[in-house]
Design a protein around this ligand. Structure first.
Ligand code: HC1
Ligand code: SF4
Length: 469
């Protein structure tokens, strides 16, 4: 899976090392191949990067050196089954592995079967951070790797409808901003803040490390899941389709999104999941390569209506700080009934692991924090719990730099790519006429025709969830 993008393979080729003279060690553990993260120790070169990233960057200690001595190997802590450990599925061990020993579960076959099935309609959503990264595997410049070009390619590959997760990011903002304003009505200065919950790596971390905080997480579902919920109800009904006739696929920069889609709480009462399959950016790129697609041979085309329409606020979600900035833009409108200058909350931007935005909503001071990386998150939570810091609203992203640096993105050995990719999202935001989620015409339509208003009973039923350990 890493052929052509493997440092060991490159070095072996350069030094004419053609075979492995060492006896193959017996793999000491059986891997659960249904788990979204896969370890293949026959490829491991024991560089210990996964151990370092998990210990120091993410503070989860999932990997360890086992069997000390000449037959040591890297495995899970205490050689436990991976699903019994506190893995957040951030996928940072995958993007930092110099060979192909760590990968994400491959779900391409299931998606290709759905595309080939004449009895179902396939709908694909493209996450905000994909537009910053898919072209890297093809040598495209950021301005060439547009989401409009990707829309043409995905149609060519057989998807019936191509939509944008940034649309449902706008929907998440409508719900989450409303939820935050309600939260502020009763919050006391020293109470714990409201935390965003769109990053499933962070939600998994909260469940395993800080279950006492789960009641502080926003109940608004992530954009991926809101997209699925709206597609299988309102959109399907408008197209005379039942939920079973729709296969909903997402392209995500993230490994944890595979587990989010499979959570029982994200399955509808009729038993069908809101999102059927999640492919990472790397899987989508492999699908494209397997069909010999050269992206520059494909013209740009508009994403499909109405779930392909997004504002700049929905696009910046893919970078650390983007969710907070989007939420404050709409929160400002909700309390002041006037459009904010879209750059008012730009303190949320940048690659720092912890950022502050101090503002006022309706005369009430709001202290917002933005954190990315789970080690930074752990330090912040300890500070909040000890009263060394206070906040009203906190955005958390498990991956350093946010989804642009996600564990499902293309791998560039030894390079941290988030700072290179994020400017593309902010450029798109600046170039977009509508930069606040409440301005999205499709969002207005879905509330008018179906949901009525943010936090309405139907919105609560479809778009909100409870976080339980
Ligand atoms: Fe993300 Fe999100 S921004 S979590 O990083 O809230 O994966 O891109 O799709 O759902 O919109 C990821 C990115 C993504 C969700 C949105
Ligand atoms: Fe996934 Fe983004 Fe969270 Fe990383 S930051 S775990 S890519 S949602």
């Amino acid at each position: 899976m890493r052929s052509g993008n493997c440092t060991l393979q490159t070095l072996s080729n350069a030094t004419h090392v053609r075979d492995n003279p060492y006896p193959k060690e017996i793999d000491a553990f059986k891997w659960d191949m249904n788990f979204p993260l896969i370890r293949d120790n026959s490829k491991c070169i024991k560089c210990m990067r996964c151990v370092q990233v998990c210990d120091h960057m993410q503070t989860l200690h999932v990997w360890d050196v086992l069997n000390p001595g000449p037959h040591n190997f890297i495995g899970t802590r205490e050689n436990k089954p991976i699903c019994d450990l506190n893995c957040s599925l951030c996928g940072q061990c995958i993007t930092h592995c110099p060979v192909g020993a760590l990968t994400a579960r491959d779900d391409i076959d299931k998606v290709q079967q759905a595309i080939a099935d004449p009895n179902v309609t396939t709908v694909v959503q493209i996450a905000p951070a994909i537009r910053t990264a898919y072209g890297e595997a093809f040598g495209l410049k950021p301005e060439e790797a547009t989401v409009q070009r990707l829309a043409t390619i995905l149609h060519h590959m057989g998807f019936d409808y191509v939509f944008d997760t940034s649309f449902s990011a706008d929907l998440t903002i409508m719900e989450e901003s409303s939820e935050f304003l309600e939260f502020m009505k009763t919050k006391k200065p020293n109470d714990m803040p409201l935390f965003t919950s769109c990053c499933p790596g962070w939600v998994r971390f909260a469940k395993s490390e800080y279950p006492e905080l789960l009641g502080q997480l926003s109940t608004s579902k992530s954009p991926q899941q809101m997209f699925g919920a709206v597609t299988k109800t309102w959109w399907a009904k408008n197209h005379d389709l039942t939920p079973e006739q729709v296969v909903s696929v997402s392209i995500m920069p993230c490994v944890a999104k595979k587990s989010e889609a499979a959570m029982p709480s994200m399955t509808r009462t009729d038993g069908t999941p809101d999102v059927d399959y999640v492919l990472t950016t790397r899987e989508m790129n492999r699908m494209m390569k397997s069909e010999f697609i050269e992206p520059l041979n494909f013209p740009e085309s508009q994403l499909d209506d109405p779930l392909g329409i997004a504002t700049g606020a929905g696009m910046i979600f893919g970078s650390t700080g983007g969710v907070m900035e989007a939420a404050l833009r709409t929160g400002y409108y909700f309390v002041n009934h006037e459009k904010p200058d879209a750059d008012t909350f730009k303190a949320a931007r940048g690659e720092d692991g912890l950022k502050e935005v101090n503002t006022e909503l309706n005369g009430v001071p709001v202290h917002a924090l933005v954190v990315s990386g789970l080690g930074n998150t752990r330090r912040l939570i300890e500070d909040l719990k000890a009263g060394r810091r206070h906040a009203d609203f906190v955005e958390v992203m498990a991956c350093p730099g946010g989804c642009v640096g996600g564990g499902g993105q293309p791998i560039h050995d030894g390079c941290e790519m988030a700072g290179y990719r994020a400017p593309t999202l902010y450029k798109l935001d600046r170039q977009t006429k509508l930069r606040c989620s409440y301005e999205n015409p499709s969002i207005k339509t879905v509330y008018k025709e179906y949901l009525t208003a943010p936090l309405s009973p139907l919105a609560e039923e479809l778009l909100h969830t409870e976080h339980v350990a």
